[in-house]
Structures are given as structure tokens and as C-alpha cells.
Design a protein around this ligand. Structure first.
Ligand code: ACO
Length: 273
């Protein structure tokens, strides 16, 4: 990976900083970018030196959504096969990101439109610059918010807010996006990276098996009945125990026997597990 790559990636102190790197086109998602993003994500997922992935954008945009020229117009001219292929290339990296094995954070530094709501939702947490701009601009150029964008709005916003956002084609800034639940927090842009680093460092101190099980559980239970969720969570914890049973025992030992930490106030010392 290099800085000139359409997707850049730097690994530093356990954090993989992945960037849409097409600033001259406001990081809109072309088929080339989508193919490369899947490769990059897969190449870092199981690296021992990566505990958290952060997705941000180079320049003034996080991502200006799908590439209207290369993703839509050029593929439509080629026919249905090309359209479907391009859709699968986009959806496949969003899907991989939704179920990434490690915590993921969207660091939304600027424009975030339409198709970019796919990777926005795919990230577990999201932090935005106060002056970032979020929009379902599809209605402004005559299509519905597809590629999951309507679903993301309906998942993250209230019914009235989702309708207004999708139908009006007006943007929300980072502050409004945080207030309405599209992102966790909005910060002045010069504080954004420091806050994301702080959150990532906290995550790096947690048990990674428990984190993976937790992020998948929160996504899965949204679509389950209470009874099914209860059952799923029992099975998921049992699976986690058989995969990594020692962490929990060590944490219990540090709390009950050694009295060196309190779970209500922070994480146990992983290095001694
Ligand atoms: N698709 C294709 N090209 C794009 C896109 C896009 N989504 N977004 C920006 N670009 C290109 C522009 O055509 C321009 O190319 P050029 O330099 O060859 O002329 C270049 O990126 C810079 O764009 P500007 O519009 O000049 O940048 P500016 O900073 O003034 O505006 C903004 C940024 C507001 C993001 C504007 O580019 C824009 O409205 N983009 C489209 C956003 C959008 O609606 N995306 C689609 C959402 S729907 C979906 O994803 C399914």
C-alpha cells in the first residue's frame, strides 16, 4: 500500500488508519476504489498488529457517495451484467466491514453522501467533525436512496427524521448528525483525530474476543425477538468461552482475589492473562 493508492492505510500502535484516498473526486466510490477497499480490509483483518480499524477520508470529503460517472453511467451503458458486478463489489466490502472481526470507527472528516451511508453504518462507532455534511442527496438527482442508504436512515434515525432526511435532500452538519444518532459524537475538526485515537486506545485495552462477540451481538439482536436474542447471547458467550475462556477467569481473579481492578471502573490487565 502506498500514499498514491486509491485507498491508503497506515498501521500505528495497534490502529489501522484506512483512508478513502481520492480527494480530487471527493472520495466518491468508483468500482476501482470498491475493489481496492475490499483487498485492503481483508489484508489487515487478521494482522496481530491491528486491534482497531479507523476509516476516514483524505481531503475535504469522507466520501461523496457512489461515483455517478464510473459506477452508475459507465456501467449502465455496458448493461445489466456490469451494473450487478459493480453493485456486488460495493456491497461486498460494506458487508465485510459490518462483520469485521475487530472494532471499526468511522472518522467522518467531511462530506458524507448517499452510498457512503453503507460504510458509515458498517462501522461500529462514528465520530464526525462538527462541520462535516451528511446528506441523502439521491432525491436531488432523481433516484431513491438505494444501496442500503434508506435502510441506514431507517435504522439510525427516528421515522420522521428518516423520512425528512430522505425526501428533502437537505444536509445535516456533524452536530445535527450526532443529535439525531447518525454518529456518536461531533467534535471540532482539529480535535477529531485525538478523540478517535482516545476511543481506539480504550478499545485496545479490552478483551478482543469479548469485543468481537459484543459488536456482532449488538448488530444481530436488533432483528431478533427478545427470546431469540436471549438464546443467541447464551450461545455466543459459550462460543466465546470455548474460544478464549482464560480472559474471563483472569479478570475474575484480578477482581475477587487480587483486588487489583474493578470491572465497573475499567478493564482488567490483559497482559497478565
Ligand atoms: N460522482 C462522481 N464525481 C464526483 C462525485 C460523485 N459522487 N462527487 C464529486 N465528484 C467529482 C466532481 O465531478 C469533480 O470532478 P472534476 O474535478 O473532474 O470536475 C470533483 O469530484 C470535485 O467535485 P466538486 O463538485 O467540484 O467539489 P466541491 O467541493 O465543490 O463539492 C460536493 C463537493 C458537494 C461533495 C459535490 O462534489 C457533490 O455534490 N458531489 C455529489 C454528492 C452526491 O450526491 N453523491 C451521490 C450520492 S447518491 C449515491 O451515492 C447513490
Amino acid at each position: 500500500m502506498t500514499d498514491t493508492d486509491i485507498v491508503s492505510c497506515t498501521i500505528e500502535d495497534g490502529i489501522a488508519w484506512v483512508k478513502f484516498n481520492r480527494p480530487d473526486k471527493r472520495n466518491c466510490m468508483s468500482p476501482t476504489l470498491n475493489r481496492r477497499m475490499l483487498e485492503v480490509i481483508e489484508s489487515i483483518e487478521f494482522r496481530d498488529d491491528v486491534g482497531v480499524m479507523v476509516l476516514s477520508g483524505e481531503g475535504t470529503a469522507w466520501s461523496a457517495g457512489m461515483d455517478l460517472k464510473e459506477y452508475f453511467r459507465e456501467n449502465e451503458q455496458k448493461g445489466l451484467g456490469a451494473v450487478r458486478k459493480a453493485q456486488r463489489e460495493a456491497y461486498s466490502w460494506w458487508e465485510r466491514l459490518r462483520w469485521f472481526e475487530k472494532p471499526t470507527i468511522a472518522m467522518v472528516n467531511g462530506w458524507c453522501f448517499g452510498g457512503a451511508y453503507g460504510p458509515l453504518f458498517a462501522c461500529d462507532l462514528a465520530f464526525a467533525a462538527e462541520d462535516a455534511q451528511f446528506g441523502l442527496s439521491e432525491i436531488n438527482w432523481g433516484i431513491l436512496p438505494g444501496g442500503g442508504a434508506s435502510k441506514v436512515a431507517a435504522e439510525l434515525l427516528s421515522f420522521r427524521d428518516a423520512m425528512y432526511h430522505a425526501m428533502m435532500g437537505e444536509n445535516l452538519d456533524g452536530v445535527a448528525a450526532a443529535r439525531k444518532g447518525l454518529v456518536n459524537e461531533a467534535l471540532p475538526s482539529d480535535q477529531l483525530k485525538a478523540r478517535v485515537t482516545e476511543v481506539a486506545n480504550t478499545l485496545l485495552k479490552k478483551n478482543p474476543t469479548a469485543l468481537r462477540a459484543t459488536k456482532w451481538a449488538v448488530r444481530r439482536v436488533r432483528e431478533m425477538t427478545y427470546d431469540n436474542a436471549e438464546e443467541y447471547l447464551i450461545r455466543a458467550q459459550e462460543a466465546a468461552n470455548s474460544f478464549d475462556g482464560e480472559g474471563r477467569k483472569e479478570a475474575t481473579r484480578q477482581f475477587i482475589d487480587e483486588k487489583s481492578f474493578k470491572p465497573g471502573l475499567g478493564a482488567y490487565d490483559l497482559s497478565r492473562a
